[in-house]
Design a protein around this ligand. Sequence first.
Ligand SMILES: [Fe+2]
Length: 297
Amino acid sequence: MPANRFNGFTDYGVGIGLRIPHYQHIFEQKPVVDWFEIISENYMVEGGRPLHVLDRILEQYRVVQHGVSMYFGSAEPLNREHLRRLKNLVRRTKTPWLTDHLCWGSVDGRYTHDLLPMPYTFEAARLTAEKIRQVQDFVEIPVAVENVSSYAEFHLSEMTEWEFLNEVVEQADCGILLDVNNIYVSSRNHGFNPLEYVNSVPAERVAQIHIAGHSEFKRYTLDTHDHPVIEPVWQLYARAIERCGPTATLLEWDDNIPSFDEVHREALKANRFLHKQEDLLPSFPSTTEPILEEATR
Ligand SMILES: [Fe+2]
C-alpha cells in the first residue's frame, strides 16, 4: 500500500458541513472555505433544487461526500441501486474519497435511520471489511469508515472498539474518518481512556478527522453536534494531528446551527494545530491520567 494513499490530502485544510440555513450566505458572500462536506443521501436524486444548489457550490468549492446509510456492519447484502446512485454523485462531485459509518442500522431491508454500534467480534469485522471492499471496488475511490459514538455495548464483544476498528480497516484495506468527538463521547459513556484510542489508530490510514460539540444529559454524554468543541476534544485532536500529520478536518454542527461565520470561526480554530504553531499547542500530558479522569467521571 502506498504510504500516502489515504492521508495524502494534506492540502485540504479545514472544511465545514454544507447546511441549508447557510445557502443564502454562501451564495451572496462567497466566503473563502477550504471545502464543504455534503451528506451524499441529500443529493442522490435525479434533478431539482438539491442538484442545482450542489452544482453552484461545485463551481467554487471542493466537496467531500459523507454518507449516513451504507450500514457496512449490517448482515444483509449491499443495496446495489443505492451504490449505483452513489457512484453517479461521486462522478459529479469528484470527491477524492468517500466516507460512511462503521455501524449497522438495517435488518431485512428495514432501515432504522440510526447509527448502531457493532458487536466487536472477529466475525463481524470480517463481514464488515468484506462489504467495505465491495463498495471501494465499485466506487473506484478510497473509502474511509467513521467511528460512531455509542451508548450501549454488546456483552459478546471480543475486543475493544479501537481494536475492532484496526481489524476492520486492515482487512478492508480502507481509510479512517476519525471522529475525535465520538471517541470522547463514547469514552465518557463507557469509561475507557480516549487517548489510548487515538494512540492505537493506524495513522497512515486516517483520511479525515471530524470535530464537533456535544451535550451532557443525566448520566450520558450525547453526540448532539450543537455546541462549540470543548477543550478535551481539542486535546484529542491535537494528539491525532501529532500522529497523523496535517489531515483534512471537518467541524460538524447540525443542531441549533448558528450563523455561517460563527460555525466557520469555530472550525478554523483547528488551524492552530494543523499548522503546528508549537506555542499554541496545549501542553499535552505525558501520562494519560488527566484525560482518563475526565473520561471516567
Ligand atoms: Fe462525525
